[in-house]
Design a binder for this molecule. Structure first.
Ligand SMILES: *[C@@H]1O[C@H](CO)[C@@H](O)[C@H](O)[C@H]1NC(C)=O
Ligand SMILES: *[C@@H]1O[C@H](CO)[C@@H](O)[C@H](O)[C@H]1NC(C)=O
Ligand SMILES: *[C@@H]1O[C@H](CO)[C@@H](O)[C@H](O)[C@H]1NC(C)=O
Ligand SMILES: *[C@@H]1O[C@H](CO)[C@@H](O)[C@H](O)[C@H]1NC(C)=O
Length: 385
């Protein structure tokens, strides 16, 4: 028995020694937020949400400080504890909640001290005082309508595809399954529920109200369960269309592959760490593009890690891990369908995914704006997220 354990330990050590972590690309969801919109009969007034709609809550900030601490621990051997510009780049979507998540996360990732006291001679010094509990780290963003990485930007083609999907038998079947619930929701929200995606918008708000115990009386436990089910299903089925997940997840995966190439070539743009602050859909879309999405909503402050390794045979490999719970450090290795192994050789990864990546999104998104059949889904199109 002991012998067996020793052999296993030896094997694991051998395995670990045989690879070296070179860098990582991380996609994170913002922390807990307030609802993005209020349905017409929401019992609680907007002023219940102190900072307004779609904003990061205090808890959301703390979640990201903690997640930043986890990232610091996880990559302590990869990046210096002091910010070095050539090591890391931070990107966020242009939303208050993602930008604030980024800044909060960086407090955890680049801590210095709890003691906010400037040394008396600080004006003479060009070194960031260690006593400051914070180091300013730049966060890059671009306007929402142009942002195809973290959201889908302004994209007629995408809107058309979503409208087409909503007419498809797959979605009609789901609509039929929840027909009774839709009627119930119509009665209680005084709003027409055209399909599961409109119910999703209501679910999104109610699920957050539930955290704060401010759901209206009609949201009974079974109704809440069904709304959660609807939310989980929508994150899956919307992205089952390979054209949709290509437009939503493709650009970010292209960027990650580019980052990996820059790092391996050791060129000026190469960064050991890139962190992207986005949304639940940002994570779902990349999972779907990779063929590993499942029925769920990526929780607050969840994250997807693309760790790049160099193996002893000098080949590169990617390991994808998903931190799919809030306030957790329990990441799950995601096995890609055609890689069969936790470590996917980089050339296999490129062969599997590169060919169908979108290139020029302005071109891809071109489309004659068709007459839409369905009302807009609140948290899917760029103008409202
Ligand atoms: C981190 O950066 C500091 C300041 O540039 C340097 O003195 C130190 O050696 C670096 N540490 C590591 C582990 O690279
Ligand atoms: C500032 O003061 C500290 C402590 O008195 C000293 O160690 C340090 O060298 C000073 N720094 C500068 C830039 O004068
Ligand atoms: C909303 O309420 C008004 C007034 O009671 C009613 O006329 C309308 O049909 C309701 N709409 C829906 C979608 O239930
Ligand atoms: C997280 O991933 C693991 C492994 O794939 C799975 O068993 C678990 O149900 C997932 N949890 C959530 C909340 O998605």
């Amino acid at each position: 028995m002991l012998y067996l354990i020793i052999v296993i330990l030896f094997l694991f050590n051998g395995y670990n020694d045989a690879r070296k972590l070179l860098g990582t690309n991380i996609i994170l969801r913002h922390g807990e937020r307030t609802p993005s919109y209020l349905y017409s009969t929401t019992s609680n007034e907007p002023y219940f949400w102190p900072n307004g709609l779609g904003q990061l809550t205090v808890r959301g900030r703390l979640q990201h400080i903690s997640l930043g601490q986890y990232i610091r621990e996880r990559y302590s051997t990869l990046i210096n504890s002091t910010y070095i510009a050539s090591e890391i780049t931070i990107r966020s979507s242009d939303y208050d909640r993602t930008l604030m998540s980024a800044y909060s996360n960086l407090v955890g990732l680049y801590p210095s001290s709890k003691n906010l006291q400037l040394p008396e001679n600080f004006s003479l010094s060009n070194i960031w005082p260690e006593t400051l509990p914070w180091q300013p780290i730049p966060v890059h963003t671009i306007p929402k309508h142009m942002d195809h990485l973290m959201t889908v930007g302004s994209c007629n083609r995408y809107e058309d595809l979503v409208d087409e999907l909503r007419k498809s038998p797959r979605i009609q079947r789901l609509n039929n399954e929840f027909r009774n619930l839709f009627e119930y929701l119509e009665k209680h929200t005084n709003q027409s529920i055209a399909d599961i995606f409109i119910a999703w918008d209501i679910a999104d708000t109610v699920l957050i109200e539930a955290i704060y115990n401010v759901t209206p009386a009609w949201v009974t436990p079974p109704i809440l369960r069904q709304l959660r089910q609807i939310s989980d299903l929508c994150f899956y089925h919307l992205l089952c269309s390979s054209e949709i997940n290509r437009l939503r997840g493709g650009p970010l995966l292209r960027e990650i592959l580019q980052n990996i190439e820059n790092l391996i070539l050791n060129n000026e743009q190469g960064r050991k760490v890139k962190i992207y602050f986005g949304h639940d859909m940002t994570i779902s879309a990349v999972l779907a593009y990779l063929g590993i999405n499942y029925v769920h909503q990526p929780p607050f402050a969840s994250g997807l890690f693309f760790d790049l390794y160099q193996q002893d045979d000098n080949l590169y490999a990617i390991q994808i891990e998903y931190l799919n719970m809030t306030n957790s450090r329990d990441t799950h290795i995601m096995i890609l369908p055609e890689c069969f192994n936790a470590m996917c050789p980089l050339d296999t990864f490129i062969r599997l995914y590169k060919a169908k990546l979108p290139e020029d999104m302005d071109k891809e998104c071109q489309s004659i704006k068709i007459q839409r059949t369905y009302p807009r889904i609140h948290h899917v199109s760029f103008s409202s997220n």
